[in-house]
Design a protein around this ligand. Sequence first.
Ligand code: ADP
Ligand code: MG
Length: 409
Amino acid sequence: MNFTDFGFTTELQNGLDAMGFNKPTPIQEMAIPIIQEGHDLIACAQTGTGKTAAYVLPILDRIARSDHSHLNTLIIAPTRELAQQIDQQIEGFSYFLQVSSIPIYGGGDGMIWEQQKRALREGADIIIATPGRLLSMMASDDVNFEYLQHLILDEADRMLDMGFYDDILRIIKMLPAKHQTLLFSATMPQKIQTIASKILKHPKQISLATSQPAEKIHQEFYFVNMDQKLPMTIDILKNPAYESIIIFSSSKENTKKLNTDLKKAGVKASAFHSDLEQKEREELMRNFKSRNIRVLVGTDVLSRGIDVEGVSLVINYDAPHDPEDYIHRIGRTARAEESGVAITLITQNDFQRFQRIEKLIGKTLLPSPLPEHIGVSPVFNSTTRSKRPQRKPASKGNGSTSNNRKPNG
Ligand code: ADP
Ligand code: MG
């Protein structure tokens, strides 16, 4: 299948060509015709599969064909970074179209607030907004939704995790009753089904295997003691083959600490966390994308939805809290056409998390041996292993039921 099969306007097709989009991804192939037919849609596909273009393209096409002079489409996204990214993609696709978009997000200074307000007053075809900021804008200024035709909830799972459920319902109450609603999510927990049943009308559903990391990601696990984490990480970072690296830690505090520890060890790194000013965050992302920054340390804020292309390595310095986060994090590498590496450090305390990742992925993951100078991997004891179903003793073997996991090698 080709993008030309969707029958987009020549200008939009030219935009696609300019962006280097040749073949639709599976989610795009499935979602675009459904959206073109005007159905509501719930689409579930893992991070990095091209969900943005799946909804942006048919909507841009429809706007371009219409006599558009009113706000047509509202896209709600969980974070400002994501809102900006969606806005940038729209700008790229609509390079040859007369379609305008505005991102509306919190943070930043009063000037940004004023700029967003002014842009809103001047009007746009598409608003990409974070829920909180949109509500404050709507409270202080009239946003005219009278002609709204499309509502998109992007990263719906993330928005619910972040507690935006009520905000979203409040926003939806202010929209005209008749519009097409599209819900995109990387995972489909029950609570998404619940919200979907409230706000979508006879939706079509697409679900592509959600809990498998992209095949092109090479995954490695190391069992380590706490005090081996830092030396092991420094060791990994010495490999010049990794040109662009994200290190995930579990909290803002750990992010700052790790950043400092790396600096002390002579590793150039930058920390990305919520204490930074909006401007600083944007600058960090820009420098990371342009390869001026090689190592970026951050929390799961970095893991969902943010499109950083060509990350060669993801290190899970702290094991992800829930297994879906593992998929999201390592989804930062091996985007679209590329391949990448994901390395996860597991301590005794993380062992159950490790088992949950195994369960989600549906296979047994073998730890790699540590380099000699880092020391020996700990062997996790059977109390931590007891959750795992015990294998029956082999009939003629030594009868051992121990499945203590030892590092191989
Ligand atoms: P998701 O929202 O599913 O996480 P994105 O929409 O952010 O994924 O897309 C991931 C990356 O893949 C982006 O860099 C995007 O530009 C790129 N991409 C998406 N679709 C295509 C395509 N059909 N051809 C080439 N690149 C694509
Ligand atoms: Mg996305």
